[in-house]
Design a binder for this molecule. Sequence first.
Ligand code: PGA
Length: 250
Amino acid sequence: MRKQIAAANWKMNLKKDEAQSLMQALVQGVKDATVIVAVPFPYLNMALEASAQSAHISVSAQNCHHKESGAYTGEVSAPMLQSLGVQYCLVGHSERREYFSEHHQMLAHKVDICLAHDITPIFCCGEPLSVREAAAQAHHVEQQLRESLFHLSGEQLSKIILAYEPVWAIGTGKTATEVEAQDMHHHIRSLIANQYSAGVADAVPILYGGSVKASNAKTLFSQPDVDGGLVGGASLVADEFIAIAQALKK
Ligand code: PGA
């Protein structure tokens, strides 16, 4: 079976003490599950130190710049993340696409720079409400993958993690049904199989994101092409997120 993953995305939340307590609670509470925690930059070191006490928890950045280094005040590079020991980085989250104008080409560069520095990109895709209402979500997601990922070799693609996050389900309390999630995950896997091979498609974990909670995680994760979740709001509450991690397929 593919790797099943519960990924937390803290976004721009929590002060230092709260972040430390949450991390400690995860170190204590997560058993028998693969967990990745995407924390704000100032907490990376703290999270890395805490995760060293757990066999199950890894740390992710939420973003990185698409260039190696240079005069980009306020930015953080992939080589910096690598030098800290960060193993994962979110790329192309819909909030980055929407509020920071991150487009296909830039995201392709971010994917490349992460891979060049041994950081696994967790590449996010997903359609806004208007696209879903026009029933154009399959094409929308296909374009996101084609423009930012399909330049990779099969070997490179099989190293990344994908997250399908319909924008209308993020932070809204509105979750895709398990059938909607499975349909899109299956579509994504078929696109990868056609572009590369069934073997590559089979290797890539595809997480679902958008209002995942302890109460809906098991149903979503039980779908054959759903390999876990990328969790925002519910990842800020230790017990809730630990319960989500426990709902991963075994
Ligand atoms: P949510 O966020 O779980 O709060 O909907 C998910 C995400 O944006 O990754």
